[in-house]
Design a protein around this ligand. Structure first.
Ligand code: GLU
Length: 448
């Protein structure tokens, strides 16, 4: 490992030994940047790594709220404002019981490079709460969102920090958060993205992460003179990202054969390729039950309790679309052994470091989340552009722009990888291309 990278990573491990997920994300990014520092000493001279691994600001606050029975509850809210070198902080809010500073720092760190890859001026941020939305009523969700925004509103703004959704935060939550922001600030601005299209949201934003991931997978195959036509695609999760991917994969001729949830996975040999099935995915999510078994019961397909889909022999393309660390070393080995053609990460950091190593060494095309799932935040960027101009684009226009952005991201990853003699290494390419723009901007702006 490059000495500069090694020393920064060691310091980081000493400083934050308990922040496992953040250290995992930092290790993955920094290790692949060694080649950049060997060629150019300016980054080390400006202490760019030491600066880029430390968030510009972390806001942590109490979120008190009352349930329907009148009981009081207290959760913790956060916003990690990681890096604003190339634009206002931008990134989602996650409401999930596992949320802590380590998870949000990992997500915010990834977001810096992801947003840089989109080519839109957006810095990196992430936030959320350890609040568990499961089983909560609409009114409880509304009260929680209002309380969360009552503190957050003073730290965000259309030109300061623009949050969006992530796990546990969808259109409904964005609505309640936006309403409270507007009330407190007495100002209608694009302070959040993922808004409903009636009140400032962009068309295609709900589908964008899944559509973008599918466009990216298509480009990977195209670069290898192949296509999605007739391919078996395994998806995990059944949320927003899997929903968008299922539609676009089907449209481009592939067959989606699996979905998963915390309870296990389902295998649908007919393919998850009809309006009825996509609608049902939305229903499952809205039910708040978080059980993919419901799909098996409804459509009479097999359900595998407590298992992950990755070991199925039919898989040509794997698109993990659920959450971090959901694909392990043995899954990666099975995919390589079963001659899967590609793995495109639609979730953030779904593969463990061990799984990544197998995939990078194996005979499989492998691309990381910060490139593959960038379509979500890119379309948020398009929403910001529409809001700031007070205009509203058609579906066709948004999808066309999203497609262009995904093709560009794919090509920048390959170009950066080739520039450093690494062949078609999408992981290194994404990190290098994302990093250089932010790092060079930091140097331009001086020691701030
Ligand atoms: N949460 C999404 C992500 O991980 C979207 C963020 C956004 O649209 O700001 O990129």
């Amino acid at each position: 490992m490059n000495n500069y990278v090694k020393s920064v990573l060691n310091d980081l491990k000493e400083k934050y030994p308990w922040q496992e997920e953040f250290l995992q994300a930092a290790t993955e990014v920094l290790e692949s940047l060694g080649v950049v520092f060997e060629k150019d000493s300016k980054y080390e001279e400006h202490k760019i790594l030491e600066r880029i691994v430390e968030p510009e600001r972390i806001i942590k606050f109490r979120v008190p709220w009352q349930d329907d029975e009148g009981n009081y509850h207290v959760n913790v809210g956060y916003r990690v404002q990681f890096n604003s070198a190339i634009g206002p902080y931008k990134g989602g809010l996650r409401f999930h019981p596992t949320v802590n500073e380590s998870i949000l720092k990992f997500l915010g760190f990834e977001q810096i490079f992801k947003n840089s890859l989109t080519g839109i001026p957006m810095g990196g941020g992430k936030g959320g709460s350890n609040f568990d939305p499961r089983g909560k009523s609409d009114d409880e969700i509304m009260r929680f969102c209002q309380s969360f925004m009552t503190e957050l509103f003073r730290h965000v703004g259309a030109y300061t920090d623009v949050p969006a959704g992530d796990i546990g935060v969808g259109g409904r939550e964005i609505g309640y958060l936006f309403g409270q922001y507007k009330r407190l600030a007495n100002e209608w601005t694009g302070v959040l993205t993922g808004k409903d299209h009636k009140w400032g949201g962009s068309l295609i934003r709900p589908e964008a992460t899944g559509f973008g991931a599918t466009f990216f997978a298509k480009e990977m195959l195209k670069a290898n003179k192949d296509s999605l036509e007739g391919k078996n695609v395994a998806l995990s999760g059944f949320g927003n990202v899997a929903w968008g991917a299922a539609q676009k994969v089907t449209e481009l001729g592939g067959k989606v054969i699996t979905l998963s949830g915390p309870d296990g996975y389902i295998y649908d040999p007919e393919g998850i390729g009809t309006e009825e099935k996509w609608e049902y995915m939305l229903e499952m999510r809205a039910s708040g039950r978080d059980k993919v078994k419901d799909y098996a019961d409804k459509f009479g397909v097999e359900f595998f309790e407590g298992e992950r889909p990755w070991k199925r022999k039919e898989i040509d393309i794997a698109i993990p679309a659920a959450t971090q660390n959901e694909l392990f070393e043995d899954d990666a080995k099975a995919l390589v052994k079963n001659n899967a053609i590609a793995l495109a990460e639609a979730a953030n950091m779904p593969c463990t470091l061990e799984a990544m190593e197998i995939l990078r060494d194996g005979d499989i095309l492998y691309a990381p989340g910060k490139a593959v799932n960038a379509g979500g935040v890119a379309t948020s960027g398009l929403e910001m552009a529409q809001n700031s101009q007070f205009i509203f684009w058609t579906e066709e226009k948004v999808e066309e722009e999203l497609h262009k952005i995904m093709v560009n991201i794919h090509n920048s990853c390959l170009e950066a990888s080739k520039e450093y003699g690494l062949g078609s290494d999408y992981v290194a390419g994404a990190n290098i291309a994302g990093f250089k723009k932010v790092a060079d901007s930091m140097i331009d702006q001086g020691l701030v």
